[in-house]
Design a protein around this ligand. Structure first.
Ligand code: ATP
Ligand code: MG
Length: 304
């Protein structure tokens, strides 16, 4: 069974990334609403076929913490990746003024379980943990997307990577252990930064605080790691984040250790209405984006 562009009815734009647009689409043969991610790459047919083949393992990888994969194909030199549509979008849209600690702990629990699943079932690291790659649906479920399953795709993305907000761990920036000089522990660093960003509604290495990108990278490599504000978060939450952000990758806990940490052990049994939080956060996002759209100047009149 081959999924293809001809089967899709394109509905709307969900977002734009460095490599292309993500559309909401309706897959006519199955009546499933999907997210269709376009990845623009200048690749030959052999490399594209290799990517499609490597993505195929995802058909066998199902987890409640990972966005479902429906198939991939290529058109010209673009890869199209079809995945589960997540109604409320990514976490970066849902933290206008930060996220309460109990919700934050539940989100972290899902992310760590997703990362552990990728490691134990697929033997891969994520490589791109950040708020835009953590998606939420209207049931309040939290799932990971955009993980590096295909070696061929990782290779070509690495070549064209032009990221500005750096979630990369110090060892990835320094690259002392060679071009592939980072391990699963680097994802744990990115997780720590992500938690601080969504908790405080600000990226901890905000470019505004630096004169240029080199200053920013220098702060990541040589400065003290950022912390959760202890005035607003519990000692367990602060300790969890501090452990994720150990400068030396070997000092960061593995996923089982993170799951056993008191902060997540508590989250495992706590009752939090994630559905309620998600719908409120999403409604607030819609209100704000409508307000900013309607405050824009009307387009100038076209000359006749
Ligand atoms: P970058 O290109 O730097 O990785 P990004 O993750 O934002 O940034 P994309 O992965 O192309 O870029 O995604 C663009 C946006 O589309 C995301 O920010 C997210 O809000 C939205 N999006 C992606 N996948 C889905 C999905 N499955 N369901 C709903 N929205 C999605
Ligand atoms: Mg993404």
């Amino acid at each position: 069974y081959q999924i293809s562009m001809a089967q899709m009815k394109v509905l709307e734009v969900l977002g734009r990334g460095q490599y292309g647009v993500v559309h909401k689409v309706f897959h006519q043969p199955t009546h499933v609403t999907m997210a269709l991610k376009e990845i623009r790459l200048e690749l030959n047919k052999r490399a594209l076929q290799q990517i499609i083949m490597e993505l195929d393992v995802l058909h066998k990888a199902r987890s409640p913490y990972i966005v479902d994969f429906y198939g991939a194909f290529f058109v010209e030199s673009c890869v199209y990746y079809c995945m589960e549509y997540m109604d409320f979008g990514s976490l970066d849209r849902l933290y206008p003024s930060g996220i309460p600690e109990a919700v934050l702990a539940k989100i972290t629990l899902s992310v760590v379980k997703g990362l552990q699943f990728l490691k134990t079932k697929l033997n891969i690291m994520h490589r791109d943990v950040k708020p835009t790659n953590i998606l939420v649906n209207k049931k309040g479920e939290v799932k990971l997307c955009d993980f590096g399953v295909s070696g061929e795709l990782n290779k070509s993305l690495a070549k064209t990577h032009v990221g500005c907000q750096s979630y990369m761990a110090p060892e990835r920036i320094v690259g002392t252990s060679g071009p592939e000089g980072y391990t699963i522990q680097s994802d744990v660093w990115s997780l720590g930064l992500t938690i601080i960003e969504v908790a405080t509604a600000r990226f901890p290495y905000d470019t505004a605080g630096f004169t240029n990108i080199f200053d920013q990278l220098n702060a990541i490599v040589n400065g003290d790691p950022p912390k959760l504000p202890s005035s607003r978060y519990s000692p367990n939450a602060c300790d969890f984040v501090a452990k994720c952000l150990a400068k030396e990758s070997k000092n960061r806990p593995n996923y089982q250790k993170l799951l056993d940490h008191p902060w997540l052990a508590e989250a495992e049994s706590s009752e939090v209405d994630m559905e309620e939080w998600a719908s409120r956060a999403h409604a607030l996002f819609l209100t704000r984006s409508n307000a900013s759209n309607s405050s824009k100047m009307p387009p100038p009149a076209r000359p006749p």
